[in-house]
Design a binder for this molecule. Structure first.
Ligand SMILES: [Zn+2]
Ligand SMILES: [Zn+2]
Length: 396
C-alpha cells in the first residue's frame, strides 16, 4: 500500500466523525456559516499557513512546502447542501428539516480537511504551495460560488486545479477513481418562452393566433438541433420540462409559458442549441402570428479535463491508490458542475475526478435523491488520490 493510503487510513476515524457531523447539520447555498466556521477551526488546528474567508462563507487555505518556492496547485471542494428532506434513517441523518447533503458535499468537505491534515504532515516533501478551496454555493445556478471566487482572484498564481465528486455506484466500485480527458460534464442553460396570443372563441380559429399550436410546433422543431445541427457523435440536449397554458376546451388560449433545459459537452454544440432556439422562435412567431419572447439563463460551462493534466494523473495515480482503483471512463458524465469556471474563466488547466462510492442499503439512489447514501469506505482513496497527486505535481 502507498504511504498516502496509509496516511489516509490512519486518519479515517477522525474524517468519518467530521463527515457525519457535517452531514447532520447541512446548510443551503450561501448559508454555509456553521460549516465554514467548523472548517476554519479544523484548518487552524491542523496548522495550515494561511486561512482566508471569501464571499462570507468560502474558505481558502494555503500550505507551503518545506522545499522552497515552486508551483501552486489548487484542490477544490464544495460545502453546500440541497433543499431536500432526508429519508435515509441513518444515525447521522440531517437534523435540519428540509435540508440534506444529497450531493455528497459533506464527504467532499471532510476529505478536503483530510487533505489539509495530510499535506501539513507532508510539508517537508514538496516545494511550492497547495491552495485548498472550500467553495460555497455550488448548487446555486446561475449565482454559483466558483465564478464569484474567480472574480475575487482565488486563481491568481495557480498553475493547475483538481476537483473530485463522489458518485453512487454498485458496491464493487467503492474507492475507484474515474475520469477522462476532454468534455467531461455538460454545460447547463435554460431557455424560457412566453408565447402570446389574443385569446378567442374556439369556433373561430381563423380569428385568433393559437399559442398552444405554436408551442407544439416549437417543441418538435427543437428536436432538430440534435438530429440535424450537430454531428451524431456530439450531444446537444434540449428538453422542454415545464409547460403551462390554456383555459378551457372552447377558448383559444392567449398565453403559453414553457421552459427547458439545454446541455452540451462542447462550446460549439452549446452555441448551436442557442442559435437554433432563437431561429425556431422567430420562425414560429412569423408562422403563428403569436408574439414569442425568449428568456435565456446561462448556467455552468462544461468541465473540460485538460489533456496533459489527465495524462499526468493517469501516470501517477496507480502508484498512489493502486491500479485497480484507477479507471479511464469510456463516457463523460451527464451532470453539470460549476468547477468548470475555475478553468474556463482563467485558462488554468483543470481535472475533475469521480470518486465512485457504492451505496448503503439495497439500492443505488442517484445524487439529489432523498434516499441517496454512499459508503464512507471510499474516502481514503479520494484523500490519497488528491494529496498524492498534489505532491507529485509540485515535485514534477
Ligand atoms: Zn449536486
Ligand atoms: Zn455536487
Amino acid at each position: 500500500m502507498s504511504k498516502y493510503l496509509d496516511m489516509a487510513n490512519a486518519i479515517m476515524d477522525e474524517i468519518v466523525d467530521i463527515r457525519r457531523h457535517i452531514h447532520r447539520y447541512p446548510e443551503l447555498s450561501r448559508k454555509e456559516f456553521e460549516t465554514s466556521k467548523f472548517v476554519q477551526e479544523k484548518l487552524a488546528e491542523y496548522g495550515v499557513d494561511t486561512i482566508e474567508v471569501l464571499a462570507e462563507t468560502a474558505v481558502v487555505a494555503t500550505i507551503r512546502g518545506g522545499k522552497g518556492d515552486g508551483k501552486c496547485i489548487a484542490l477544490r471542494c464544495d460545502m453546500d447542501a440541497l433543499p431536500v428532506q432526508e429519508e435515509t434513517d441513518l444515525p447521522w441523518a440531517s437534523v435540519n428539516p428540509g435540508v440534506m447533503h444529497a450531493c455528497g458535499h459533506d464527504m467532499h468537505t471532510a476529505m478536503m480537511l483530510g487533505n489539509a491534515k495530510m499535506l501539513c504532515d507532508l510539508r517537508g516533501e514538496f516545494a511550492g504551495t497547495v491552495k485548498l478551496i472550500f467553495q460555497h454555493a455550488e448548487e446555486y445556478m446561475p449565482k454559483d460560488g466558483s465564478k464569484e471566487l474567480v472574480g475575487l482572484r482565488v486563481m491568481d498564481g495557480v498553475d493547475a486545479i483538481l476537483g473530485m465528486h463522489n458518485f453512487p455506484t454498485e458496491n464493487d466500485k467503492v474507492g475507484v477513481v474515474g475520469f477522462r480527458a476532454g468534455g467531461f460534464t455538460t454545460s447547463a442553460d435554460e431557455f424560457g418562452f412566453d408565447i402570446i396570443g389574443t385569446g378567442g372563441h374556439g369556433s373561430l380559429p381563423h380569428k385568433a393566433p393559437d399559442p398552444i399550436l405554436a408551442a407544439a410546433e416549437m417543441i418538435m422543431l427543437f428536436q432538430q438541433v440534435q438530429s440535424r445541427e450537430v454531428a451524431p457523435t456530439d450531444a446537444a440536449i434540449f428538453m422542454m420540462n415545464k409547460i403551462e397554458g390554456g383555459k378551457a376546451p372552447n377558448i383559444i388560449s392567449d398565453h403559453v409559458y414553457m421552459i427547458g433545459n439545454a446541455r452540451a459537452f462542447t462550446t460549439e454544440a452549446r452555441q448551436k442549441i442557442e442559435d437554433h432556439v432563437y431561429r425556431v422562435a422567430r420562425a414560429v412567431e412569423d408562422l403563428s402570428h403569436c408574439k414569442i419572447e425568449v428568456t435565456a439563463t446561462h448556467g455552468y460551462d462544461s468541465v473540460c479535463n485538460d489533456d496533459a493534466l489527465t495524462d499526468f494523473l493517469f501516470a501517477e495515480l496507480p502508484d498512489i491508490i493502486g491500479k485497480d482503483h484507477v479507471e479511464m471512463f469510456k463516457q463523460p458524465m451527464n451532470f453539470s458542475e460549476d468547477f468548470s469556471f475555475y478553468s474556463t474563466l482563467t485558462g488554468v488547466p483543470e481535472v475533475l475526478m469521480i470518486l465512485q462510492a457504492g451505496h448503503v442499503g439495497d439500492k443505488v439512489y442517484s445524487l439529489h435523491n432523498s434516499h441517496c447514501a454512499v459508503k464512507e469506505e471510499a474516502m481514503p482513496y479520494g484523500m490519497a488520490a488528491m494529496t498524492g497527486a498534489a505532491v507529485a505535481f509540485l515535485n514534477k
